[in-house]
Design a protein around this ligand. Structure first.
Ligand SMILES: Cc1ncc(COP(=O)(O)O)c(C=O)c1O
Length: 421
């Protein structure tokens, strides 16, 4: 089907560089005119139900009136002011609220503007924690196969090189140890052995709790997180949970770490932090980590400060998003979505070529035995009226928590039909 492209697309597209795209061969992106609830309105008049909530950010749906009102109000008062030497109410209120809803003593919030940078800051914090104690040999991060932590150089070094996106850099980044998650006796023994032998080299252990997202939407049990905590505790190590994907209800509890009853030393947040409206991220440290920087020596300070750190509009959006978690039954909605995904996706098991179907919270995954052309699958889904972004051998759904049962059934029904075709 040929669609007429708007004039702004014709004029601007030759000047844009798109994400994760071979610009020479990639099909052009779909021009969007507006969003509304769980729907994306394309410039050519077609309307798609968004099955993935804009990379898992729009947890309350698009254009939520409460977030819009909060951002509009903040825009009148002060869109932004530098955070070095100045501070403001939206940021401090948000910091206090995050400390309040996170478990344990995760009490100190450092704001940045993207998930990758939040992870970079977590890594820098961990390394400097040891440097401040005079331990200069702790420069490595234990990460896990199938993990994904971002696209910047430091975070790429802790992504699984086989995850595909950054494999061209293999061998060129600071090498980091990478193990299988301790999911069974053998992998737990290997993890314990590695810590026994190498703990003194490690700045931290890092993991995406419960779901390894962009590395393949792979689930693990809460017990795995308890094993990581126990291993870290045995050696006094820092444990970083990257909750950029899982935070704010996605796996069924407000934060994935709660399901395991485990408190990490540092947690990273972004994605749904602003309900999908603005760029904002946070690296939240425990009292112990913060105490490692508390000194009369200026050289022991954390030397980091992005220009748009704690942007007031973004903090207002995040505060409004947390209001919605307080006022509306979001976690109940997540459990209803979980049931809807289970009901809607389980029948895919009967379709030829399907390897696995799994659901956790508001994450549903259909894994194919082989997915040779994810873009063709995406195009077929667009024709069926839904927006998804299959990758590697999976197609996943991470809908807004506010998606109605009818819309969810439309999305899963359309996906089933496309997969069966
Ligand atoms: C677990 C995790 N960490 C880090 C990132 C990077 O976040 P950003 O794309 O905002 O840099 C992502 C993004 O998908 C993620 O899922």
């Amino acid at each position: 089907m040929t669609v007429k492209l708007p004039a702004w697309f014709e004029a601007g597209f030759p000047h844009i560089w798109n994400p994760y795209s071979q610009m020479k061969t990639a099909a052009p992106p779909l021009p969007v005119a507006r969003t509304d609830g769980v729907r994306i309105h394309l410039a050519d008049g077609r309307v798609l139900i968004d099955g993935i909530a804009s990379w898992w950010t729009a947890c309350h749906g698009y254009n939520h009136p409460h977030i819009r009102a909060a951002v509009t109000k903040q825009l009148e008062i002060m869109p932004h002011v530098m955070f070095g030497g100045l501070t403001h109410e939206p940021a401090l209120t948000l910091a206090a609220r995050l400390a309040g809803i996170l478990p344990g003593d995760l009490n100190r919030v450092f704001f940045t503007d993207s998930g990758s940078v939040a992870v970079e800051v977590a890594m820098k914090m961990a390394m400097q924690f040891w440097l401040n104690r005079g331990e200069r040999g702790r420069t490595r991060f234990l990460a896990f196969n199938d993990g994904y932590h971002g696209d910047t150089l430091g975070t790429m070094a802790v992504c699984d090189p086989g995850e595909g996106m950054h494999s061209i850099f293999t061998g060129l980044l600071p090498p980091q140890p990478m193990l299988d998650l301790p999911v069974d006796d053998a992998s737990t023994a290997a993890f314990d052995r590695f810590l026994d032998e190498h703990h003194h080299e490690l700045a931290a252990i890092m993991v995406e709790p419960l779901i390894q997202g962009a590395g393949g939407m792979i689930f693990h049990d809460a017990e795995v997180l308890r094993r990581l905590r126990a291993g870290a505790d045995r050696h006094g190590l820092i444990l970083i949970f990257d909750e950029i994907f899982t935070g704010f209800g996605r796996t069924g509890t407000m934060f994935a770490c709660e399901a395991a009853g485990v408190v990490p030393d540092i947690v990273t947040l972004s994605k749904a932090l602003t309900g999908g409206t603005m760029a904002l991220a946070a690296t939240v440290a425990s009292d112990r980590i913060f105490a490692g920087f508390w000194s009369d020596d200026g050289a022991q300070a954390l030397m980091h400060g992005p220009t748009y750190m704690a942007n007031a509009l973004a903090c207002a959006a995040a505060n409004a998003s947390i209001d919605l978690f307080d006022r509306e039954p979001r976690l109940l909605q997540v459990s209803e979505i979980e049931q809807g995904l289970t009901d809607g996706l389980t029948p895919c098991r009967k379709i030829a070529g399907i390897a696995d179907v799994r659901v956790m919270g508001a994450v549903g995954v259909v894994q194919l035995k082989k997915l040779s052309d994810p873009k063709a699958l995406q195009r077929a889904c667009v024709e069926a009226g839904i927006w998804v972004r299959p990758f590697r051998d999976i197609v996943y759904l991470t809908p807004s928590f506010t998606m109605t049962a009818d819309d969810l059934a439309r999305v899963t029904g359309a996906l089933r039909k496309v997969l069966a075709a």
